[in-house]
Design a protein. Structure first.
Length: 385
């Protein structure tokens, strides 16, 4: 990574949280209840210099300032960014990358692809990795590289980043105390019979708000997600309660389990095509243009239900309901219905059966109910009020 030796903190375990507002995504740290799991495949949280550069640029645009949740504005750090970079607030780059909700793919490309670039010994940006988060057709960071370089020089960005190193380190140290990944990996490896070859990495910025993504970057499964709000104000996570822990793993869990769900769905492609009509399960989620994407999204969120039911039985019910409400708002209108069915199948399965063994059963059920989803979801919602 760019200057990675300065900004990496190696973790043994971690978990993540999403705020209940769909547009604001936060990830809560996990308590020492589980202890630090010894994991030879160490997980790494990184504060990446060029990623932070991209996020600062986006935070200075009119869209970044006006949109309520694209950029996290609830921190002292955000105010410091606005003050330090005020002298370049009229830089032409900010107009070029002034994106919008409608141009979310370009924004995500600009922000995420930044990690593929580094500074050479002379402070010049260059591409180090062949990484295109949204495909080569959308290449926003590289397309604006000359303007970005000019912005770096005129703003004295690198001095600012160096000044904030201790701040980034303090956040990373909290992860080292509390994050958990080993239990999640053990659960997913067992249930899907897949031993992923990729190591896991999280790249963060205090400025990231609502959007996140999971990508394979530099041979590691990488989560580009945000930081929990409370982390900016506290130096300890000892008082985090069980409910927050259970909710806190959701963002990471529902990203990383795509590494298990997606290839498993591919193995059942024939049955998927026969039993799952994604047009009937999707209400403008935006996932319908990709084959299997709707089913995989239902599945990744439902697998989370199984994990917290097993590990957090005292709070599982309330957390499951809250997260399905979020997923329903995203266009996966039968999320709660789907999750309840998978949980029912899981609790009734044989001792040696796994989630992978339930694929045919859940797909057959999807076919059985697909023409009555509106009525079933209405009844389901009424019964849980």
């Amino acid at each position: 990574m760019c200057n990675d030796n300065r900004n990496q903190i190696t973790l043994n375990i971690y978990r993540i949280k999403k705020h209940m507002n769909y547009h604001l995504l936060f990830f809560f740290l996990i308590l020492g209840k589980f202890g630090l799991a010894k994991n030879n495949d160490q997980s790494v949280v990184q504060f990446n210099e060029t990623y932070e550069l991209a996020n600062i640029i986006l935070a200075l645009t009119d869209y970044g300032k006006m949109d309520k949740s694209e950029v996290n504005k609830q921190t002292l750090y955000y105010q410091q960014v606005q003050e330090y970079f005020y002298s370049v607030s009229k830089h032409p780059l900010l107009e070029k990358v002034n994106y919008s909700r409608e141009k979310w793919d370009k924004l995500l490309s600009f922000r995420t692809d930044a990690v593929a670039f580094c500074f050479d010994n002379n402070g010049k940006l260059y591409r180090k990795y062949k990484f295109y988060s949204m495909g080569k057709e959308i290449n926003e960071f590289e397309d604006n590289l000359d303007l970005i370089q000019d912005f770096v020089i005129k703003s004295n960005f690198r001095a600012f980043f160096d000044q904030k190193k201790s701040y980034f380190d303090s956040i990373a140290n909290l992860y080292q105390e509390s994050l958990m990944i080993n239990e999640i990996e053990v659960f997913l490896n067992k249930e899907f019979g897949i031993k992923t070859k990729s190591k896991h990495r999280i790249i963060v910025s205090p400025l990231v708000g609502r959007m996140h993504c999971q990508r394979l970057f530099n041979k590691a499964s990488t989560s580009f997600i945000n930081i929990p709000d409370y982390l900016f104000n506290f130096s300890s996570v000892k008082d985090v309660n069980e409910k927050d822990i259970a909710s806190g793993i959701h963002m990471f869990f529902t990203e990383v389990d795509h590494d298990y769900v997606n290839p498993t769905t591919n193995k059942f492609k024939k049955e998927y095509q026969q039993y799952f009509d994604q047009k009937k399960w999707d209400k403008e989620s935006g996932y319908g243009e990709w084959e299997m994407a709707v089913f995989n999204e239902y599945m990744t969120w439902a697998v989370y239900d199984l994990f917290i039911t097993k590990n957090f039985p005292n709070v599982a019910s309330s957390e499951i309901k809250e997260w399905h409400d979020v997923n329903i708002s995203r266009g996966f209108f039968a999320s709660k219905l789907f999750g309840e069915k998978l949980l029912e199948l899981y609790l009734k399965k044989g001792e040696e059966e796994t989630i992978r063994d339930l694929y045919i059963k859940i797909l057959l059920w999807c076919k059985e109910v697909e023409n009555d989803l509106d009525n079933l979801t209405k009844n389901n919602a009424h019964n849980t009020q």
